[in-house]
Design a protein around this ligand. Structure first.
Ligand SMILES: Cc1cc2nc3c(=O)[nH]c(=O)nc-3n(C[C@H](O)[C@H](O)[C@H](O)COP(=O)(O)O)c2cc1C
Length: 405
């Protein structure tokens, strides 16, 4: 028997003429086939009903094309769509476009970055009418004032945003988005926002992290706009306090850290590195540190995207992993390669490594993290299980790790 998950989709008014069309993807387990998201994700498209036509901004994943068509029909006849704006070609937002173009009789003109205009044909083999827009171009479309603002690398090179000037709405695409399917559409409820923000950090770390400097540039570029609503392509719509998500993103991009937060990344085949990592953890906890530990062992395989979310704003990280075939234990190597790219530098680091006959892993891990701009406070290497002298060194290293140490 095949059990189909019920699909939740919503329509709500953002302004008197702009609708959010949101689907909650509860089927996705790994965003981009990579990032574990037990909390799910939403795809937000928007529909602007103008004087002499309608504009669809983005769409949903291809899997939900029929539901998007049905949702659009709740508001308008799809043949009334005169324009489609593509902010970002990634298939979680563009996948349903062929179906929408089909039910709109291929009449809509597609407005997008020149690169996205080219990609559309190659991604979907459709012959749509395309009109490339340039950075800061202002257009009057269906009687509404739109300004297209490029946001390169947020999250691909072809990414744009739209400022809907009549109502001060920034349709921001991926930027200012987050994981999870919040209980509400808007940021009106503080409890919902508090619960949501860690999913924003996790999304930022795993999806935007590599391009974080472009967030600062985008925020500067948008500083002069009177933004009253931020309408991203994932997660909550910010109408109560749009500055809050802008400041949150800006702070993450600047590498702001939570003082006293330490994330321990521990990979351990037979428990030797784990034994050492737990000594460090207990010592840090005694000092009142906020410690998160991720244990990759023969019985547990935690979420790497949760780990990235925690590492992102940690003051310090502890990496514990053994030597494996004269190299770093593979899972640890992979995680640290991701950390090198996606995580802001200048964290205090303690590297711990157990080995049987060669010390390569610990030394390589320290080199990798130093090369990424982190501050290696200590490197502790030991054969097999740490002896009492090494245990004492582990406690000392834990006490030196934080800024008040
Ligand atoms: C498959 C495998 C490969 C290993 N390769 C090496 C190696 O190349 N060099 C080395 O010094 N030790 C090697 N070891 C030994 C481990 O590094 C050592 O047992 C260590 O104490 C394991 O720590 P852990 O329990 O935290 O994983 C290997 C162990 C295994 C199981």
């Amino acid at each position: 028997m095949v059990t189909l998950m019920p699909v939740k989709f919503f329509v709500d008014k953002v302004t008197d003429d702009l609708y959010i069309l949101r689907v909650d993807d509860a089927e996705v387990a790994y965003f981009e086939a990579l990032w574990e998201i037990a909390e799910g994700v939403t795809y937000n498209a928007y529909l602007l009903v103008g004087d002499d036509g309608c504009i669809l901004f983005d769409s949903w994943k291809a899997r939900y094309a029929d539901q998007l068509a049905e949702t659009i029909r709740r508001v308008i006849d799809p043949r009334d769509i005169t324009h489609i704006v593509i902010h970002h070609m990634e298939q979680d937002h563009s996948g349903a476009l062929p179906e929408i173009l089909r039910i709109a009789d291929f009449r809509p003109e597609v407005l997008a970055h020149p690169m996205a205009c080219q990609m559309l044909g190659s991604f979907y083999r459709v012959n749509a009418k395309v009109r490339p827009v340039h950075d800061e171009e202002e257009l009057n479309v269906v009687g509404r004032r739109l300004r297209f603002i490029y946001a390169p690398w947020l999250h691909w090179p072809e990414t744009i945003t739209t400022y809907y000037a009549d109502h001060g709405v920034l349709l921001s695409g991926d930027v200012f988005g987050g994981f999870s399917s919040p209980d509400k559409i808007f940021d009106d409820d503080e409890e919902v926002v508090e619960k949501y923000l860690p999913h924003v950090r996790k999304y930022f770390a795993s999806v935007i992290g590599t391009y974080r400097q472009h967030v600062n540039k985008a925020v500067q570029k948008m500083a002069g706009l009177d933004i009253r609503v931020i309408a991203p392509a994932h997660g909550l719509v910010w109408r109560k306090d749009p500055r809050r998500v802008v400041n949150y993103y800006d702070a993450l991009a600047n590498g702001s850290q939570e003082r006293g937060k330490v994330t321990i990344i521990c990979a351990s085949m037979y428990g030797e590195c784990l034994h050492a990592a737990r000594i460090v953890m207990n010592e840090l906890k005694k000092r009142g540190a906020n410690v998160k530990i991720y244990e990759f062992t023969d019985t547990s395989r935690p979420s790497i995207s949760d780990l990235l979310g925690d590492v992102f704003n940690s003051e310090a990280i502890v990496v514990a992993a053994p030597t494996y075939e004269s190299d770093v234990f593979p899972i640890a190597r992979w995680i640290i390669e991701i950390v090198q790219k996606k995580i802001p530098s200048s964290k205090s680091v303690l590297v711990i490594s157990s080995y049987g006959w060669g010390e390569q892993a610990g030394k390589k891990l320290a080199e990798m993290l130093r090369a990424a701009g982190h501050d290696i406070k200590d490197l502790l290497l030991f054969r097999g299980r740490p002896d009492s002298e090494t245990e004492e060194k582990l406690r000392e290293a834990a006490n030196k790790l934080l800024s008040d140490g």
